[in-house]
Design a protein around this ligand. Sequence first.
Ligand SMILES: [Zn+2]
Length: 562
Amino acid sequence: MAELFDENEGYTVTARKWRPRVFDDVTSQEFITKTLRNAIKNSRISHAYLFCGPRGVGKTTVARLLAMSLNCTDLQPNGEPCNKCDSCREIINDNRNHPDVFEIDGASNRNIEDVRELKEKVKYGPVRSKFKIFIIDEVHMLTGASFNALLKTLEEPPPYVVFIFATTSPEKVPLTILGRCQKFDFKRLTIKEIESRLKFISEEEKIKIDDESLFFIAKKGDGSMRDAQGLFDMSAAYCDNNITFDKLKTFFNLAESDVYFHITDLIKSKDGNTLLNYFDELMSKGYDMQIFLDGLTGHYRNLLVSCSAGDTSLILESENVKQKYKDYLDRFTEIEIINSLKLILQTEYTFKYSSNQRTLIEALLIELIKYTDTRDLSQILDDLKELKSGSKGEVSTFTAGIKTAPKSVSSAGSVTPVNKAPSEKTNDITEKTVTAVLDISAESQNLNSHWISIKDQIKSERKWVYSIIKDTTFEQDEKSNYVIRVDDTSYELVDGYKDYLSGKISKYFGTPLAVNLMKSSEFVSSYVQNKAADPPSEENESDNYERLRSILIKDFNAKEIN
Ligand SMILES: [Zn+2]
C-alpha cells in the first residue's frame, strides 16, 4: 500500500503520498465516512453533497474517496473502493485523466461561463463509469450568477450526476443551494489524532521522530492534518530524517519568534531592501511560504493581544517569548497593528489561488512598511479638538520658502477665523514654522502653492498619507467650495484621511474649514471657468517644480539635502 505513484517525479510531499485510499484510513470524521459507506452499500446516493469544515481536515480526500467508491468496478462489500480498477487508480493518481470525475476549483472557475461549461458536461452521460461526478472545491467562491445557473441543474439533476461541494465557509453558500445538498460537517482534528497519523507515517517512511517532536508538530498543525504534514516534511528535511526535539527547537525557535521579531524590526526600520533579502534567505533555507504567512499572522495577532489587552496571558508562547512581546509594546500603535493584520489576512485569502505566491508575500512585506506610520485616529481627533478650542494658541503655520507673503486677517468671505492668541514658536516644536495669519479668501489663486507646503508638512509627519495625496490639488470648485481634487482611482484611499486633511488645512490657514474631496472626473473648477485666459502663474511653476522633484527622487533615487 505504500507504493508511490509518482516515482518518476521523485519526492512526493507527505500530504499527497499518504492521502487515505479507503474510508477506514481517514483520520477522525468516522461519523461521515460510516454514513457515506452505508449509503453506497445501500445505493442511497444523493445528487449533491456539501462537505464543510476548516482547511486540512479531509474534505477533498473524502470527496475523492466517495467518487472512487461510486465509480469502482469492484466495490468491496463494506463499501470501500478496490483501489485497483482503472477508475480507482486514475483518481488515486491525482485524477488527471478520469473521463467521468471532474475536480473544479471554485475560486478560479467562479464565473458564469465556467458554470455554463460545466452544465454542458452535465448534459451527456458518463463515458465509462456509473456516475459523472463533479467535485467543486471552495464552492462559496462562485458568483451569484454562477450559483443561480448551478441551481437549475441541482433542481433537476440527470440520474447519473453527483455533485460534491467542499467549502471552508458554508455561510457563504446560498440557502437555495444548501437546501439541495446533503450536508456533512467535518471537525477539526485533535492533537492526538494528528499525532497518531504522523506516527504511522514516520514508521512507514522510516523517519525517526521522538515523542516530544511528534506532539510539538501535531500541536502546531492547529487542527489541520495537511498543515501538520507540511511541518513534518520540513522537520524531516531539516533534521535529516532523524527528528529530535533539540534540533527542532533550534529550527522552530528561529522560525517562531526570532524570525518574525526580526521581520517586524526590519519593517519598523523601513529597510525594504534588507527585508526582502532576509525573506529570500528564509526561502532558500527551505521555508514553506504558507507557514511563513501563518507565522506572520500569529505574530501580529500576539502583538495585538499584548498591545490592546496589555497582558500576555492570551499568548500561547513560552515565558521568554511573552516577555519579548511585552518589551515590544511601545513600538506599535494599536491602529498600526490592526491595519497590518488586515493586510496580512487579505493576502492570506488570495495566497492560495495566486500563481505567484512569492511576489505576493514580497509585496505584502513592502506594503507593511507603509503602515508603520499610521497614527491612532483618536490622537488625530484630539489634535483637532485642541485646534478648534484654540488651546494650542496656533493661528497658522507655513513653511518658509513659499513666495506668498503673510497677510493680515480679514473677515471677508464666508470663513470665520478662529480665535487667535499671539503665537509663540515654542507651541509647536515639531515643525519648522513661521506663524502668521493667512486670509484664505484672498489666497484663492494660490491655494495650490499653499497646499504644496501643507503636503510637505504631512510628508514629514505621515509618509503613508503623503504617498496617497502627493498628486492631489487643492482648489475651489465652481460654487467656491474648498475641495481637494483626487484622482478617481485613489479617491477611496484618500477619503479615509479626509478629517485629518481638513484639520491640516484648517490649522494652516488658522480657520476651521470644511474641506471636501472631489474626484477629478467630477471636478469643475472656478479657476478654469473664470481665469482660463490668465498666463501661467507661480502656482503652476511650483506644481512643475514639485513634479520634477518627485520624479528625481522616485525614478533617479535623488536624495534631498537639507
Ligand atoms: Zn475500484
